[in-house]
Design a protein. Structure first.
Length: 268
């Protein structure tokens, strides 16, 4: 664990800081948008970005997408708070000495398979997924075939060792061989042009479209999320190709000098 923590600190030195204000270590509401605070809405957005990035990694390798449900991320948030208390608790063991998965059992979350990933030191959700994917054990969890759902927790503790703390629960739960459907589960949304689900339409989205188009032209199947065509086919011609990527590149360039630029103005 110490090796992973040290790596997190070193990586954080060049991270883009986009921190949230500290949130009390009690309960957090990610299930009722009508009563969510602005901090909770921002936290949910961060969590959704991580889930989108994880699903990108999985589908590119032919694996199924993972759904989420607010209650799972609320419990995962508690884990992010727990690991912020110092070196002794940055662990898969909870401060009370129980295993990390005890919080799921205590709250009635059923599973047949489960894993936990932890990270510290980076504020950016996309960079945090990269950090996990560059670690063999964490990557193995993210790409596990037996998992069906994912929960993400994020906590900012400015006076702590690493400041930014992330936790991830991956669970597998089935009904007669079919992934169980939780009442409140959902798949994070992606807006038109936001192909990678990072909540920003930019060069990375254009690159993903070009890769897809090149693979298609070569007759090679490229795994993509189920919403890919909905967000990548900007001009509605039934394909995702260089024209769509060019529109994103033009829009992305314009945003640099004109913050009020609108994507639709660059679609042809």
């Amino acid at each position: 664990m110490k090796t992973n923590k040290l790596a997190a600190i070193l990586l954080a030195c060049c991270a883009t800081v986009c921190s949230l204000a500290a949130v009390p270590a009690g309960a957090i509401n990610l299930h009722d948008e009508a009563t969510m605070t602005e901090q909770e809405k921002q936290m949910k957005e961060y969590c959704d970005i991580v889930i989108n990035c994880v699903n990108n990694e999985r589908t590119e390798r032919g694996l199924s997408q993972l759904a989420t449900f607010p209650e799972l991320s609320e419990l995962t948030y508690v884990r992010a708070v727990e690991i912020s208390g110092g070196e002794d608790v940055f662990s898969h063991t909870r401060p009370d000495g129980s295993m990390c998965f005890s919080i799921l059992k205590e709250n009635g979350v059923r599973y047949s398979a489960v894993a936990e990933n932890l990270a510290g030191g980076r504020a950016d959700p996309v960079a945090t997924v990269d950090q996990w994917m560059n670690s063999e054990g964490h990557r193995k969890n993210i790409l596990g075939e037996k998992y069906t759902h994912i929960g993400i927790g994020y906590y900012y503790a400015p006076d702590s060792d690493f400041e930014y703390y992330w936790s991830m629960f991956l669970i597998g739960t089935y009904d007669s061989g079919v992934p169980h459907v939780f009442e409140s589960q959902y798949m994070p949304s992606r807006e038109l042009g936001d192909v990678d689900g990072s909540h920003s339409t930019d060069v990375q989205d254009a690159k993903k479209i070009l890769r897809y188009a090149a693979s298609r032209a070569a007759g090679v199947e490229m795994g993509v999320v189920s919403e890919f065509m909905d967000v990548a086919d900007l001009n509605g011609d039934g394909i995702a190709d260089a024209r769509d990527a060019s529109a994103i590149l033009a829009y992305s360039a314009a945003v640099g000098s004109n913050g009020s630029a609108v994507l639709h103005d660059y679609i042809c």
